[in-house]
Design a protein around this ligand. Sequence first.
Ligand SMILES: [Zn+2]
Length: 488
Amino acid sequence: MSEQESFVEELVNKSEDYSRWYTQVILKAQMADYAPVRGCMVIRPYGYTLWENMQRLLDARFKATGHQNAYFPLLIPESYLAREAEHVEGFAPEVAWVTQGGSEELEERLAIRPTSEAIIGMMYSKWIHSWRDLPVLINQWCNVMRWEKVTRLFLRTTEFLWQEGHTVHRTEEEAQEETLRMLGVYRAFVEEDLAVPVIYGQKTESEKFKGAAKTYSIEAMMGDGKALQAGTSHNLGQNFAKVFDITFQDMDGQRKHAWQTSWGVSTRLIGAIIMVHGDDAGLIMPPRVAPIQVVVVPIWRKEPEREAVEQFVAKLQSVLGSTVRMKVDWDDEHTPGWKFNEWEMRGVPLRLEVGPRDVKNNQVVLVRRDNRAKEFVPFDAVETRVQQLLAEIQQSMLQKAQQFMASRTRTADSYEQLKELMTGDAYAHERGFVLAHWCGDADCEARIKEETTATIRNIPLDAESHEGNCILCGKAGIGKRVVFGRSY
Ligand SMILES: [Zn+2]
C-alpha cells in the first residue's frame, strides 16, 4: 500500500458513519480538540483562524448596518437573571453558577452568562432616558456557557463563542424591522461568505427563544439531511423592557417602555461549514473564509532543483502574497503526495504545485479542492487566475449545496407521507426537509415531533401562499407550507 493510500484510509467514509467522519475530520485537520472538562473544547489555531475570518466579515456587515461593539461582564447576579420568568425558566437547567470567591461563600449566586439579555437590559435601563437616546445598536463578541448534557465539537459545547446583538427602539415597527434586517444580514453572510444556503423564516411559538415575542431563524441542511439552526433573530417586544424598567420619554412627553431585539450566531457555524462542504477526503473550506486559500507544494528531488524551485516560489510569493492567504509547505519530512492529501484533508481551496519542469516552462500547476480540476497556468497569469478560481470555487460550492438542499426537500400531502419521509426506509439514505401544511396548533406540532422526531424548523418567509389542510388534524392550514426536519 502506498503512503498516499494509507493516509486516506485513516478517515472513515462520510456515507458510512457521518458522525464519526465529522469528529475525525475536526481532530485530524487540527480544528479543535477535547478539553479536560467534559463538554468543553479547545479551538486550535487552524479552527480559530477560520473563526477570525468569519468574525471579520460578519462584523463588517454589523458596522455597515450601524452597529457598534461593546463588552458586558461574564457574571450575572441571580436576581437579575430571575426577573424575566420565561427567560429564567428556559435557561435555568443549563446555567453554571459561581457560589464562592476565594474561600468566601457569596451572598448571592452569580450566573455565568448563558446569554446576556438580563445584564444588558439592566444597563440599558440606566442609560436610556429619552427618545433621543434611541435606537441603541450594540453587539458583543464573547463566550457563553450552557451546561449541556450531550455535547459535540462545535455544534453543542458547554462553553462556546458567539456574538449577541442587543438593540433598543422607540417603536414596535422599528424593532420588527431590525429583527428582520439582522436575519437578512445572517442570511447574506452565511450564503455569500460561507457558501451555505439557508431557509429563513419564523419559529413557531413552542420553538421560540424564551422571553421573546417572536423568533426568526436561518436553517441549513447538513450533508446527512438533518437541519442545523444556524442563526436566530428575536423580536423581544417589551418583555425585558418591562422587567428591567427600560423606559424613555417619547416625543409626546409620555414615558414609555422601549422595544428590543436580540440576535446571535456562534462557532456552531464552523460545524455547518464542515458538514455542508466536506467529502470523503476531508474538509473543503469556502475561499472567502479559508484560513489558507492557496497552498504551495514545491517539488524537487536533488539539490540544484531545490534552489531553482525556491527562487521561483519566492517570485510567486511576491506576486500572490499580498492578495491571497497562502502557505508554502517546505516541510522536508514528507513527500509531495503526502502533502497533497494533508492539505486536501484540511480543505485548502487551491493547491499550487511547482516542480523543476514548471520552473523551466515558467508556469505552475493549479488544482481545485472542490472538483480536483487541474490546469497549467503561465507565471504572468497566475495572480489573475488564482483570483478567478477562488471566486469560482466559492460560487460552485454554494450551487452544489443549493442543489443538494433542493433535491432533499420534499412535499408531503398526508401524515403517512411525512412519516414515511421522516422515519421510513427512504429516510436512511435520503433524509431531508419536508414541506407540509400545519394548522398552527401546538398540540399537532408536539404530536408530530413525538411520533416522527421531526420539528417545524421554521415557517419560511419567502414561501408562496398555498392553501391546504393540516396533515395531522385536517383543519385549515396557516396559508403556506412549513418546513419539517430532524435537527442537530
Ligand atoms: Zn393540526
